[in-house]
Design a protein around this ligand. Structure first.
Ligand code: PLP
Length: 364
């Protein structure tokens, strides 16, 4: 069986270094918002080309705190794509605002900027593009639209650390950008962790306060905040991995190129990479009208696959289960299938996956 993802391979190769990093934290006696976290924040800010990065407890919290820090709250509308992980929209609800769903561009899965423009109302306060599967949203156009209407931009960059649009890193475009270090993400902790990056000092200050009970320093609690801090063990683990991120991203891009070559001519839609995009292939996602049949054939052929996501966000019961207004999001939910794509996948495995896909598609 070729696994869809196997984190044990990555951790086996880093075992000694990870152990030493955790030991360093144990010896320091400092476990929350300490030196490891501060260094990781500097390193991630540098990667994104911005001045600040603030470690928080998860990618979800990064979104929630970034929204609050930008003043998004009750009465506000936030435009977000109808096809994403649920947290892109649920965090908008968490701050008391209203998600306004727009359909996606079926080629890149990014929000359709023209649809976003049509969705703007006097109550719109922000746009939250999602760099789904590691393919950046068209940030030049998103930022241009936001500027014209005085809207904030919050990048949901949970799946796209290390990616870029028009040569500029994801995370550097928005008023704030949010990363997740959930274990299966391209840069994954051994537990939950996340980060907000921003070039705005006011946003950095407010996130710093919000992640720690609204404390402006020395137990002066100036607003209602949260308890959402990055712990030192996760920060130390992430620092060990961050120095490998560029190599791992290259490996993912090579796997994608290999799949493209091996699957040429197969009746199946392969992922596109827009001319301005540097795709980091968090997922290598194909689409097929008989997706479930294909997935079953691949499982029987010994290939692990996964569906991200089987429902559009507005089609989720918590959002009312309505899918008709976002036809491309709904079609994506029916057709997408992700193939194994992680740095430690061997050449032989890539070839076996491609052969199984070719066999299944040519038979159906
Ligand atoms: C993973 C993810 C999140 C949430 O991150 P967590 O760390 O799991 O809270 C948000 N948005 C997208 C697109 C994600 O993939």
């Amino acid at each position: 069986m070729i696994p869809f993802i196997d984190l044990t391979r990555q951790h086996a190769a880093l075992r000694e270094e990870l152990g030493a990093a955790v030991a360093r934290v144990l010896d320091s006696g400092q476990f929350v918002l300490g030196a490891e976290g501060k260094t990781l924040e500097r390193e991630l800010a540098a990667l994104c080309g911005v001045r600040w990065a603030l470690g928080v407890a998860s990618g979800t919290d990064a979104l929630r705190l970034a929204l609050s820090a930008l003043g998004v709250g009750p009465g506000a509308e936030v435009i977000t794509p109808a096809f994403s992980f649920v947290a892109s929209a649920s965090t908008i609800l968490m701050v008391g605002a209203t998600p306004v769903f727009v359909d996606i561009d079926p080629a890149t899965y990014a929000l359709d900027v023209a649809a976003a423009e049509r969705a703007i109302t006097p109550r719109t306060r922000a746009i939250m593009p999602v760099h789904l599967y590691g393919h950046p949203a068209p940030m030049d156009r998103v930022v241009e639209l936001a500027r014209a209407h005085r809207l904030a931009v919050i990048e949901d960059a949970a799946q796209a650390v290390g990616g870029a649009w028009a040569g500029r890193p994801v995370g550097a475009w928005g008023d704030a950008a949010c990363f997740s270090f959930y274990p299966t993400k391209n840069l994954g902790a051994c537990g939950d962790a996340g980060m907000v990056v921003t070039d705005r000092s006011d946003v950095a200050e407010r996130v710093t306060r919000l992640r720690h009970h609204g404390d402006s320093g020395r137990y002066q609690h100036v607003e209602l905040g949260f308890c959402s801090r990055l712990d030192e063990v996760q920060a130390a683990v992430l620092r060990v991995k961050l120095v490998r991120l560029a190599t791992w991203t290259e490996a993912r891009r090579r796997i994608a190129a290999r799949y493209r070559a091996l699957l040429a001519g197969v009746p199946l839609d392969l992922p596109t990479e827009a001319a301005k995009a540097r795709h980091v292939y968090h997922l290598f996602t194909v689409r097929h009208p008989q997706r479930d049949t294909l997935a079953k054939a691949l499982t029987e052929g010994g290939v692990g696959t996964a569906v991200y996501y089987p429902r559009s966000v507005p089609d989720q019961p918590m959002f009312g289960g309505d899918e008709r207004r976002w036809p491309e999001a709904s079609r994506a939910a029916r057709e997408v299938l992700s193939l194994p794509c992680f740095a430690e996948l061997s050449d032989d495995e890539i070839e076996r996956v491609a052969a199984a896909v070719r066999h299944a598609c040519e038979r159906s």
